[in-house]
Design a protein around this ligand. Structure first.
Ligand code: MRU
Length: 346
């Protein structure tokens, strides 16, 4: 095996997938070795790797690792064994459609190359293409999106839609990164993003490393910051965009969109076309993951809420299309009314 991948988020060395353990950031930079598909599936569920495009790329390598395992055990029913691999990876997280999009690409590659002697090499090549294309796609998105940003703009972003949420470069943060690379001065207010703190732990770390000026705020400060700090634009990523433009993203995005609408601030969604789900007419059928209550009753392993308190922990919400000023993909800056029913790739 000859091609390899080496980014901050993930590495493929020809035998194993190495994932940056995002649970430990910003305090520690360490990588977890995944040598089989079960390890990749667990890494996705446990949010060692997170962010829609990164989940998709990791799952593609998980599929490859599953195929390597299945090919070594020389089972009678290889297709059935691969179906189990695919089902396991598909059940790791429900909301980001990039996971299913990547598995579908790998499945099609498996079907096409099934009888070929170089099945594993073909699958490896497909997984690497998914990862490499993600980087070039994000750079294209960045250039398109940066055209909407002017010098001295003040931005709010939510969660982490940066290099860490993708194979590299980022989507929403990719747009900000591209504007910065073009010499535009921007300032980013970063929502901490309760309960998992992707903003506080990951986004502020990424922006500081890139030399982009930023200020960390808690989520409940966003409205006041819009009113008192002259925010020009809100930019977020996406986990699944329905055909009508309704967008699932990290919980808190819905509130942010309502606040932006009240203050007359543009609300931009940034995502690759692999995040479009043309099969869903609207956001009402997007599955919303509910995660462990420990994520809200505890901070860094320390209990902050009473034992046995009732909790509700949806990891995502859906921003209705009418609150979204534009959806930026690698193909275009799309304005309402949105219609992604026949989008290429879906
Ligand atoms: O639960 P997470 O951290 O996987 O959620 C991530 C987000 O909601 C991101 O905004 C989204 O995946 C876009 S990442 C480019």
């Amino acid at each position: 095996m000859s091609r390899s991948l080496n980014t901050i988020t993930m590495r493929w060395d020809g035998r194993s997938l190495w994932l940056l353990d995002q649970r430990k950031l910003p305090g520690e930079i360490s990588y977890i070795q995944c040598s089989d598909f079960l390890a990749v599936s667990k890494a996705i569920s446990d949010m060692i790797v997170r962010g829609a495009p990164a989940i998709g790329a990791a799952a593609a390598f998980g599929y490859l690792l599953g195929a390597i395992e299945v090919s070594k055990t020389a089972r009678d029913n290889v297709s059935e064994a691969m179906r189990q691999v695919e089902d396991t990876l598909a059940s790791s997280r429900p909301t980001a459609v990039n996971l299913f999009w990547a598995l579908d690409r790998m499945h099609k590659c498996f079907d096409k190359s099934f009888d070929a002697s170089d099945l594993i090499r073909s699958l490896e090549s497909e997984a690497l293409s998914i990862a490499e294309e993600d980087i070039s796609t994000n750079k294209r998105i960045g250039v398109l999106g940066a055209s909407l940003l002017r010098n001295n703009m003040r931005i709010i972003t939510h969660c982490n839609a940066g290099a860490l949420a993708t194979v590299d470069y980022g989507t929403a943060l990719g747009v900000i990164r591209a504007a910065h690379e073009q010499g535009k001065k921007v300032h980013v207010f970063v929502d901490e993003t309760r309960p998992y703190l992707q903003g506080a732990r990951l986004t502020s770390w990424e922006l500081m490393n890139a030399g982009i000026s930023c200020t960390l705020i808690t989520d409940n400060m966003a409205g006041w910051v819009m009113k008192s700090k002259g925010i020009d634009v809100v930019i977020v990523g996406a986990d699944r965009i329905a055909a009508n433009g309704d967008t699932a993203n990290k919980v808190g995005s819905y509130s942010l969109a309502i606040l932006a609408s009240h203050h007359g601030i543009p609300f931009y969604v940034v995502a690759p076309s692999s995040t479009l789900d043309s099969k869903l007419d609207s956001g009402k059928d997007i599955p919303i993951e509910e995660r462990s209550h420990d994520e809200i009753t505890h901070i860094s392993g320390v209990r902050i809420a009473p034992e046995n308190v009732n909790c509700f922990n949806p990891a995502f919400d859906v921003v209705p299309a009418e609150l979204i000023t534009a959806i930026i993909t690698e193909h275009a800056v799309n304005y309402p009314p949105y219609d992604f029913r026949t989008h290429p790739g879906h």
